[in-house]
Design a protein around this ligand. Structure first.
Ligand code: 8YV
Length: 330
């Protein structure tokens, strides 16, 4: 029986399905395993169930030659060196699709919270400062009819565009590595633009692009100066996509109006400057956190691990491989 490591706790009833096929080692501490811990825990393991925080790099792979599958409970896989995995014949899987709509709901909610100052209003109320109505008290900017900008037009970007276009009458502009097919663009009321135009014209800019060396600080001090002073910025992608220090400065100087952030550089630690600002809504990386979606993600990661290690009804054919070229031809 192969041995697998469950690097972080997930729904026990779902993870238990692994026990029918493998000897399972859990991580009772439920903390992110660092490199030395990962190397120690992965000795002799054929597979790993990871949650997007554990760094599986070339060094870990070299130290754990028995590893054949790394199955991430996340759609993003920037924690894994996929090229190094492919070179060693290690299959990598992620959890696309099952989280698209939930994550898009949350991205939209965060954008609306930033635009309409919802968190700031709640804090104001809780501090007991609401004594009377005033015409410009906590006024924000409209979402309906405003220009929705999307950087990264994959599945989640498109789901956000659909909400904006169909539900809120928003013209959508987007920038992406590749253009959508014309019929999808017209269904989403979406126009492809270069990044400079996206920054200049967006009333509400939402970041949904994958994190990589190429997208590191895609939004930094310079980009922020090109945005409208009335604009909002929402980040549900990855912390490193935004230069958080530059964003905090821009928010403080009101170079943009507000931001909604679910992901942070160095999370779970936050740049303390962000905590001081009223015009930013902060949430702890919960865009996919509905019960149904998190269960679906765990279940898909488990299905992937079972299949990737040659067990179960889909033996050898994990449902959502990131590097399918590793799989033996059918
Ligand atoms: C996860 C995410 O909650 O899927 C992703 O890429 O960022 C989130 O849905 C997180 O990565 C932990 O698995």
């Amino acid at each position: 029986m192969d041995k697998v490591l469950v690097a972080r706790a997930a729904f026990p009833d779902i993870v238990d399905r692994l026990r029918a096929h493998f000897e399972v080692e859990d991580n009772p501490s439920d903390t992110v395993l660092d490199k030395a811990q990962l190397i120690a825990r992965l000795q002799g393991k054929a597979g790993a169930f990871t949650t997007g925080s554990e760094r599986i790099d070339a060094e870990v792979l070299a130290a754990c030659p028995q590893l054949r599958a790394v199955c991430n409970m996340a759609v993003g896989y920037n924690n894994i060196d996929v090229a190094a995995c492919t070179a060693r014949g290690v299959i990598v899987t992620n959890t696309p699709d099952v989280l698209t709509e939930t994550t898009a709901d949350f991205g939209f909610a965060l954008m609306m919270a930033a635009a309409r100052r919802i968190a700031e209003s709640e804090h104001y109320l809780r501090r007991g400062e609401w004594t009377k109505w005033h015409y410009d008290q906590l006024v924000g900017s409209d979402v309906h009819g405003a220009t929705l900008g999307i950087l990264g037009m994959g599945r989640i970007g498109q789901a956000i565009a659909r909400r904006g276009a169909l539900g809120f009458g928003m013209p959508v502009i987007y920038h992406n590595r590749s253009r959508l097919a014309p019929e999808i663009e017209s269904a989403l009321n979406a126009r492809y633009v270069d990044k400079a135009t996206l920054l200049r014209e967006s009333d509400h800019l939402v970041l949904v692009l994958p994190y990589s060396a190429a997208s590191h600080h895609a939004i930094g001090a310079v980009e922020l100066t090109h945005m409208k002073p009335t604009a909002t910025l929402t980040n549900i992608a990855r912390g490193g996509v935004v230069d958080d220090a530059a964003l905090a400065e821009a928010l403080k100087a009101r170079r943009i109006a507000a931001a909604g952030l679910d992901v942070f550089e160095g999370e779970p630690k936050l740049n303390p400057a962000l905590l001081e600002l009223p015009n930013v809504v902060l949430t702890p990386h919960i865009a996919s956190a509905s019960v149904a979606t998190r269960r679906a993600m765990a279940s898909l990661a488990v299905d992937n691990l079972i299949a990737a290690l040659g067990c179960g009804p889909q033996a050898g054919r994990p449902p959502t491989p990131v590097n399918p070229e590793v799989l033996a031809p059918r």
